[in-house]
Design a protein around this ligand. Sequence first.
Ligand SMILES: [Zn+2]
Length: 479
Amino acid sequence: MHGWKLIPLVVLVAGCAARRPMPPLAGPSSEPVLETPARVALMTAPGEADWTALGDEATGLLTRYLRINTTNPPVVLRRDGIEAQIFEPAQGKANLYARLRGDGSARPLILLNHMDVVLASPEYWTVDPFSGLIKDGYVWGRGALDMKGEAIAQLMTMLILKRAHVPLKRDIIFLATSDEEIGAGVGAAWIAEHQADLVRDAEFLLNEGGVTRADGRGGVEFYGVGTTEKSPFWLDVTARGTAGHGSRPTPDNPVHRLIRALNRIAEWRTPLTVIPAVERSFRDLATIERDSTVRRWLSDIRTALRDSVAVRAITADLTYNALLRNTISITGLKGSDKTNVIPPVATAAIDVRLLPGQDPATFLAELTRVVGDTAVTVRPQGPNWPATESPIETEMFRAITAVAHARHPNALVTTLMLPGFTDSHYFRRMDIASYGLGPFPLTQGESRGVHGNDERVRIDALRFGVRFYYDVVTLVAAK
Ligand SMILES: [Zn+2]
């Protein structure tokens, strides 16, 4: 296993940094592992010429970050005089917290990123996934998009604000967590549970979960800002029956029972449900849709869903389908370990995703009715949380829109509901307006690297994203 690859980039020095008092000094650090790119000196807010050098610095940092261990935020932050704290709730799982002070006249803004990445299978990659290679105008590596690239954009924003002595009305909190992809409770969940005081006073949060869709010709089709997400409701299905020898079939073989139950679940078409957030983004997306029929459907999705042709076409799109209903994927199966043994129990795991506003208990009752077998039980794997939504009538949403329009005056800025989920829900539940921002203009093809093979970010998209992030943050936080 690549256990160490899941360890975040702070960890190599977290070991020493956490146990040793942090040097209180600003400026170059004496950390032995330091090998960071040249640092751009700033006396005031960056001008055109500075952004080229800042883009180079971001590229260099990302390359090193993708190689995991030759640089790390504590050192980079400290080198610029920003104190960072490290919390290590579990061995090798560290969370990093740094705060740039404002004058306190407005509430803080959190820049949230996760340091862990999903596994990469090198045999399917054209380059070493942990090389941070620069090739063909891209920085390649697992995490380049999800989400080390965005983390570097956030880190650069902190550094630039500090170097340029930008006066702030809000504190800016940089929070890098160690555990998003697995969800073992030692990342954002741990902060929310054990260090809530560090973040509770924040008004806004920026995180992964947004999209800037490039048109492939140097322009942008739309900016999608994540405002809400579906909520996972993972279930175990258990069938019980009579165990025995495989040579003498029993009528209540639990594996047979389970298969029949799962068959009913697989065939169940959950009802189509239009929630206001999805209705709004479909209406927005209709304005840039080229196909006139699809445009008509998207502009009035409620009416479209009464037409069976439209329903078939729209739900054939996996994303649209997931936005319009509670979904079910049967993902795990377990019967007997031995071919000739009928087990007493057979189980399946199913991945249910609920739309915001749906009641888990109601869904469970409905699913149990669909299964229709008292020998089969359906139980949640763990606690579930209600999906929450962040409002768009906020200073942050307006800032994102303004920064996007400054670059692409005609581009659509719309809201997105993620069919998956990020760590934003921990903060939305604390009443912090949290937005998914995708700062890098990516074509549909480029986005496929997320959790896929050959994940990479175009260097010019990285440069764009660093400046985009900085502009959004200064617009809401600078005095
Ligand atoms: Zn992610």
